[in-house]
Design a protein around this ligand. Structure first.
Ligand SMILES: [Zn+2]
Length: 266
């Protein structure tokens, strides 16, 4: 028997009035009205009649547990279901049980669950969200894909996510790279000439900056960190002895940091 969906599982003071049986023989007690309210097709036709005997469903208990938690708007995170189970649960909810994707798109427990896979299954989580048009989830997950090599997306995954979401991922990365180039190619401003540091000396700083910027652009990933930028430009300024040049350098590095932090990550 399910640990949550027991005969004592009350909602709004009402006891369950329907019994579902998973493919691996786990019983789930649920509320007919609650399932019907979420579904546009009588819960896959299973609730079309007033049958009292257990309704046998093709999903495993792990999958059905997710299905029911999401229908009831309850977090399923503590079960830490494997990604494949979440994938199957969404397919069942939308494809079999007639729960509209638009309703799921507003589900906080689904957002929590789907984004929980982002750190270690980012491309799979992205494709899953994309497949069902769950935009907020896709956007949140895409922040974990900045370093992902989109050329590695398999045919299967690219079909699953569809060309629109595939392009969005590619465009996000390209936009970040273009923004990074724009940001780093602008050198520090010159300070007014001093007896120790005239225009010729100041060009040293510009050259060192341009060299560091070229290296960054050459090796840049859409996921380049702020720390990596700071250390590259700090190295560029290591040989600059003029304190005024150092001030201009620090101020430009601070700008670069702010500008890069402001570029969209998702
Ligand atoms: Zn100077």
């Amino acid at each position: 028997m399910s640990l949550v969906f027991t005969p004592h599982f009350q909602v709004d003071g009402l006891f369950p009035d329907v019994v579902l049986l998973s493919a691996d023989n786990v019983t789930f007690h649920a509320h007919r009205q609650h399932l019907l309210a979420a579904s546009t097709n009588f819960f896959g036709g299973a609730l079309a009649s007033q049958a009292l005997h257990p309704i046998v469903l093709p999903e495993t208990s792990v999958v059905l547990n997710i299905v029911l938690h999401l229908i009831y708007g309850m977090s399923v995170l503590r079960f830490q279901p494997p990604f494949e189970a979440a994938d199957a649960a969404l397919a069942a909810l939308i494809g079999a049980y007639g729960v509209p994707a638009a309703r799921l798109a507003r589900s906080a427990p689904l957002f929590q669950l789907a984004t929980s896979y982002a750190p270690y299954r980012p491309i799979d989580a992205y494709a899953l969200a994309a497949h069902h048009g769950l935009e907020d989830i896709a956007v949140a997950v895409s922040a974990h894909l900045l370093a992902y090599d989109v050329s590695r997306v398999t045919d299967e995954l690219s079909i699953k996510m569809g060309s629109v979401y595939f392009s969005r991922l590619y465009n996000l990365q390209q936009a970040r790279l273009a923004a990074l180039k724009n940001i780093v190619l602008r050198p520090p401003a010159a300070h007014p000439p001093t007896p120790a540091c005239n225009g010729d000396v100041q060009r040293e700083l510009s050259r060192a900056w341009a060299f560091a910027a070229a290296q960054i652009v050459w090796t840049a990933l859409p996921s380049t960190s702020i720390g990596a930028l700071q250390s590259a430009f700090a190295q560029a300024g290591a040989d600059i002895v003029c304190p005024d040049c150092q001030i201009m350098l620090q101020s430009r590095v601070a700008e670069v940091t702010r500008e890069w932090a402001a570029v969209k990550v998702a």
